[in-house]
Design a protein around this ligand. Structure first.
Ligand SMILES: *Cc1c(COP(=O)(O)O)cnc(C)c1O
Length: 354
């Protein structure tokens, strides 16, 4: 820290992203990226013409992409705000709808960025404990008197809330915003987007990073009432109106034309997840019921860090969290069949040696 950093950031601890090692080639199952390339339509859309047009600013309204997304989800363009990754969307949401007086509630075990944004914007945090089986008790999130942020499926557990549970939460917090972060919804959960037509205090956030194989493009969006979107747009225009670059805008639009490819890939990930889960159970692992593109698993004979390091030394990267209650778990991204076979045979060796 320099002596010039504003005092208001003294206590801020930055988010730590999953490792992106450059030193050697790992089987990378640590940041929930897709093993598949983006849809063929994306590759076709990125022409030399558009590269030449990088001399021009991108469209601050993101008009074409908003129209395409609106049609895709059966909403209107005024119900959509586009961000540079859903992390940026979430950042604007915390900035817009929380402060010292309006705190934020989220589960004690959830996406690691929520407490960072709360700290960044000086927001009071209300961290509500998961049950001992790591599920969310939906009634704990009713009548909070705060903004509510829930990842659904939750990260890093992968466990889903039902749409009716979410609806009860939205109804009971009518004077506050409820944010449903659906980063992993396309791997078997049910989206709450339809509820945004019924409730003006609900925002659903999604991303191209996981189910659309476009983590490196940085593209996410919020869907909600036109009033909420207007608030977010005000802050976006006050920060960076050109937040989405030209290539990403085109890629995002093109990706929506690859519906068959999208469905096929996500179905494959679900099948590989279920198959890998079964094999892990045979090795003695205990798993949460994940509906995401990752598995959350622990072995009764190992601590999480130990297993993580053993895997890393054998060339396989997974995510481990040194956090109370989940420090025995590994979060393993569902990769290709070959990647998962390597993981499973390596874990078999490690656990049988013990
Ligand atoms: C991956 C992830 C995001 C962020 O994704 P972006 O790459 O910024 O779009 C947001 N929320 C959760 C729960 C995630 O796991």
């Amino acid at each position: 820290m320099s002596r010039f950093l504003s005092g208001r950031f003294e206590k801020l601890v930055a988010y730590v992203p999953g490792e992106q090692p450059r030193d050697k080639s790992y089987i990378k199952l640590n940041t929930n990226e897709s093993p598949y390339p983006p849809a063929p339509q994306v590759i076709e859309a990125l022409s030399l013409n558009e590269i030449n047009d990088l001399k021009l600013y991108s469209d601050p309204e993101c008009k074409n992409l908003r129209e395409a997304l609106a049609e895709h989800y059966g909403v209107k363009p005024v119900n959509l705000m586009i961000g540079n990754g859903s992390d940026e969307v979430l950042s604007f949401i915390f900035m817009a709808f929380c402060d010292k007086a309006i705190g934020v509630s989220y589960p004690d075990i959830s996406y690691g960025f929520y407490p960072v944004y709360a700290e960044l914007y000086g927001i009071n945090k209300n961290e509500i404990p998961l049950r001992s089986d790591l599920t969310i008790n939906a009634s704990d999130f009713q009548n909070t008197g705060t903004t509510v942020v829930l990842a659904n499926p939750n990260a890093p557990t992968g466990i889903c809330l039902s749409v009716s549970d979410v609806e009860e939460i939205v109804k009971s917090n009518a004077n506050n915003i409820v944010v449903i972060d659906e980063a992993y919804i396309d791997f078997g959960g049910e989206s709450c987007i339809p509820l945004t037509k019924k409730y003006d205090n609900l925002l659903v956030v999604q991303t191209y990073s996981k189910s659309r194989s476009m983590a490196g493009a940085r593209l996410g969006y919020a869907i909600g009432s036109s009033e909420l979107i207007e608030d977010l747009e005000k802050l976006r225009y006050s920060t960076n109106p050109y937040n989405i670059n030209r290539l990403t805008l085109l890629a995002g639009e093109a990706a929506l034309k690859g519906q068959a490819y999208f469905d096929k890939n996500n179905n494959e990930i679900i099948q590989i997840r279920e198959y890998s889960a079964e094999r892990l159970k045979q090795l003695g692992f205990l798993l949460t019921d994940s509906k995401a593109n990752f598995i959350f698993a622990k072995h009764p004979k190992f601590n999480g860090e130990d297993l993580y390091l053993k895997l890393k030394s054998r060339g396989i990267l997974v995510r481990y969290f040194s956090k109370p209650r989940i420090s025995d778990y590994l979060r393993i991204t569902v990769g290709s069949v070959e990647q998962m076979e390597s993981l499973l045979s390596t874990l078999k060796e490690i656990t049988e040696d013990a």
